[in-house]
Design a protein around this ligand. Structure first.
Ligand code: ADP
Ligand code: MG
Length: 240
C-alpha cells in the first residue's frame, strides 16, 4: 500500500497542500479529481519525490517503508512511476528502442507491437519513428502509455492523461488503465474530467490543496458536477 500521512506542502510561504491523508491499495483504479490549480500535480510530484517537492510536514510510506526522503529513482526502483502532463521527447531514440528500455524483463518486438496497438498506434507506422518533436504531443503521450504497459509498475500515476491531445479517446485511456490493473498495477489518475473520474473505482476530490471528499468515484463525481462545475469560489473551500 502507498500512503500519505498528514502531508502538507508549503513553498515560498504559500500553502499548496494541507494535511493530506491518502491510501492507495494494490490493484485498484484511483482518481484524484479537482479543478485547475487545486493541487493535483503537486500531490503527484510529492509522491514521486521530484526536486523541490518534499513535504513540509507528514510522511509517505510504501508498504511499511518510509520513502519520504528517497530520491525519485529509488521510488521508481520500488515500482512507482509517473506519466508527466507534458510528454517526453528524446532525440535519436526510436520508438521501439524507447519501449524496450527500463523494464526488468526482456521486451520482444511482439510485445512492443501489442503495446502500440493498445494505444491505437499502428506498430508498422510508429516502431521506427523517433521519440522527438516529429511526433505530436498526443502521439508521444500514447507512446508513454505504451511504455507503462510494458513496464508494469506497481503504481502508475497519470497526470491529466487526456490533456493536450487532439482526438485521444477516453475509452483508449480507460482501456490501458484496465489492462494495467489486470496486470496487477494500481493506477492513480489525476484529472479534472468527470468522464474519466467516473470510470475509476474510488479516490479523492481535491480543492485548494485539501481533501474535500474521499470515497467511491460515483459519489465524488456527483458532488463535483453538482458543486465544483458551477463553483463561484474556485479553490476556496467552504462548508457544504
Ligand atoms: N513549486 C511551486 N512553487 C510555487 N507555487 C506552486 C509550486 N507548485 C505548485 N504551485 C502552485 O500550487 C497550486 C496548485 O498547483 P498544481 O498542483 O499544479 O494544481 P493542479 O495540478 O491541480 O492544476 C497552483 O496555484 C500553483 O501555482
Ligand atoms: Mg496539474
Amino acid at each position: 500500500m502507498l500512503k500519505l500521512e498528514n502531508v502538507s506542502y508549503v513553498v515560498d510561504g504559500k500553502r499548496i497542500l494541507t494535511n493530506l491523508n491518502m491510501e492507495f491499495r494494490e490493484n485498484r483504479k484511483y482518481v484524484i479529481l479537482g479543478t485547475n490549480g487545486a493541487g493535483k500535480t503537486s500531490i503527484a510530484n510529492i509522491i514521486m519525490g521530484l526536486e523541490g517537492y518534499k513535504p513540509t510536514e507528514g510522511r509517505i510510506y510504501l508498504d511499511d517503508e518510509d520513502i519520504t526522503d528517497l530520491p525519485v529513482y529509488e521510488r521508481a526502483k520500488r515500482g512507482i512511476s509517473f506519466q508527466w502532463q507534458e510528454p517526453v521527447r528524446f532525440k535519436g531514440i526510436k520508438v521501439s528502442d524507447y519501449l524496450k528500455l527500463g523494464g526488468k524483463l526482456k521486451v520482444s518486438d511482439e510485445d512492443v507491437m501489442r503495446a502500440l496497438s493498445a494505444v491505437n498506434l499502428s506498430p508498422f507506422l510508429y516502431m521506427n519513428r523517433y521519440v522527438d518533436d516529429n511526433l505530436s504531443g498526443g502521439e508521444r503521450k500514447r507512446i508513454e502509455l505504451a511504455s507503462l504497459l510494458l513496464l508494469k509498475p506497481r503504481y502508475v500515476i497519470l497526470d491529466e492523461p487526456d490533456s493536450g491531445i487532439d482526438i485521444m479517446s477516453i475509452d483508449m485511456i480507460v482501456n490501458v488503465i484496465e489492462r494495467l490493473v489486470s496486470e496487477r498495477s494500481s493506477v492513480i489518475v489525476i484529472t479534472h474530467r468527470e468522464e474519466i473520474a467516473k470510470r475509476m473505482d474510488e479516490g479523492y476530490l481535491i480543492c485548494s490543496g485539501v481533501i474535500l471528499m474521499k470515497g467511491e468515484s460515483d459519489k465524488l463525481v456527483e458532488y463535483y458536477k453538482e458543486k465544483c462545475d458551477r463553483c463561484d469560489h474556485i479553490n476556496i473551500p467552504v462548508n457544504g
